[in-house]
Design a protein around this ligand. Structure first.
Ligand code: GLU
Ligand code: ZN
Length: 314
C-alpha cells in the first residue's frame, strides 16, 4: 500500500514549535516510507483563520525544508486541499446523509452547543449532549422557527481504530450523548465532518496529530465508515509543553518559528531539538533532513508513547 499522509494546520496564527513537531514527524515518517504528503489548509473557521497566517505557515515549512507533494496551489482528483474551497463536496455529502436519516436537526440554544468549527483539543470545553432533538416528531420540527444545527444520529456501539504507538484503541459511543454536531446553524460545516470527508476522499492512510485529538478519533472513524471510506491508521503524538506542563499555543509569544528564526536558530538546530525530544538521538545537536531520513529510528521510539514532552528551552 502506498502511504499517504497529511499535515493539516488551521491558519489561526503563526506556526509554533508544537505545530512544527507534528509537521516534522509526519514529514520524516512519510519520507522514510517513500509516501505522499498532502498539505491541507483547515480554514473553515472564518472568524479565526486568516490568509496571512496560511502564507506564514507555507513560509515556515519552506524555510524548514519540509516539502509536500499535494498542496493549496494544486487541484487533484479529490479537488482542492483547502477546506474553504470544498464546501460543495461537504454540502453534497450532508444532503445524502440527511436523506438517509443519518443526521438530524437540533434546535437547542446556542449555549448548549459548543464550538464545532475547530478541532476540540483536550482541555477545551465539550459539554455532553442529552439527545433532546433526536426524537422530535415531524410536526415539532416544522413548528420550530429558528435554523437548526445538524447532529449525527449515533449508533450505540464500539468503534476501534489502530494507532502506531498505542495499538488498537476501542471506544464505546453512545446514542444521544455522542450525537456530535456536523453542521452549524449558520451553514458552516464542523471540523469533524470536514476532516473525516477529507481524510477519506484524499486517501490518507496514516494520520499524525497531537494526542489531544484522541477523543475525536472514534467520531471520525464512525463517520468515515458510514460514508464508505477506509479509516486511516493514526499516530497520536505527545504534546510539547512548557516547564509548567502547559501546551504550547499560538497565543504564547516568542515560541513561533518566525521568532526562533529571528533569534538565529537554523532549521537543522530545530530538527535536532525535535529529534532529541522524540528520543531518537541521545544528544542535542544540529541534524540535516538527509541524516534524519536515513538514520532516525522512528519505529523504536518509546518517548512517543508519553502524554507530554517538556520543552527544555523557552
Ligand atoms: N486543523 C486541526 C488543528 O490544527 C488539526 C486536525 C487534525 O490533524 O486532524 O487543530
Ligand atoms: Zn437539540
Amino acid at each position: 500500500m502506498k502511504v499517504r499522509t497529511r499535515f493539516a494546520p488551521s491558519p489561526t496564527g503563526r506556526m509554533h514549535l508544537g505545530n512544527l513537531w507534528i509537521a516534522f514527524l509526519n514529514w520524516l515518517w512519510t519520507r522514510q516510507q517513500g509516501g505522499t504528503i498532502i498539505l491541507r489548509m483547515e480554514d473553515i473557521d472564518k472568524d479565526r483563520c486568516h490568509p496571512s497566517y496560511a502564507k506564514g505557515i507555507l513560509e515556515d515549512l519552506a524555510w524548514m525544508g519540509l516539502d509536500y507533494d499535494e498542496g493549496p496551489e494544486g487541484t487533484y482528483a479529490y479537488g482542492s486541499t483547502v477546506q474553504s474551497r470544498r464546501y460543495d463536496i461537504y454540502g453534497k455529502i450532508l444532503s445524502e446523509m440527511e436523506k438517509k436519516g443519518h443526521i438530524y436537526p437540533c434546535y437547542c440554544s446556542r449555549s448548549r452547543i459548543h464550538q464545532v468549527l475547530s478541532a476540540p483539543h483536550e482541555g477545551e470545553n465539550r459539554p455532553v449532549y442529552d439527545g433532546h432533538c433526536r426524537n422530535l416528531s415531524a410536526e415539532e420540527r416544522k413548528a420550530m422557527t429558528k435554523p437548526p444545527c445538524w447532529r449525527v444520529a449515533m449508533e450505540e456501539g464500539n468503534t476501534t481504530f489502530s494507532d502506531l504507538f498505542f495499538g488498537n484503541v476501542t471506544r464505546h459511543l453512545k446514542k444521544g450523548a455522542d450525537d456530535f454536531v456536523i453542521r452549524r446553524a449558520d451553514g458552516l460545516v464542523a471540523y469533524q465532518l470536514a476532516v473525516s470527508i477529507d481524510d477519506g476522499a484524499m486517501g490518507v492512510t496514516h494520520v499524525f496529530r497531537g494526542n489531544d485529538l484522541l477523543d475525536s478519533t472514534p467520531y471520525q472513524v464512525f463517520l468515515m465508515e458510514k460514508l464508505g471510506y477506509q479509516p486511516p491508521v493514526y499516530g497520536h503524538l505527545p504534546l510539547l509543553t512548557d516547564k509548567k506542563g502547559i501546551r504550547l499555543s499560538k497565543r504564547q509569544r516568542g515560541i513561533t518559528i518566525e521568532e526562533l528564526r529571528n533569534r538565529g536558530y537554523s532549521p537543522e538546530d530545530l530538527m535536532g531539538l525535535l529529534l532529541h525530544l522524540a528520543g531518537g538521538f541521545p544528544d542535542m545537536r544540529p541534524v540535516t533532513r538527509k541524516e534524519a531520513v536515513e538514520n532516525f529510528p522512528f519505529e523504536k521510539l518509546k518517548n512517543l508513547k508519553q502524554k507530554h514532552i517538556v520543552l527544555p528551552v523557552s
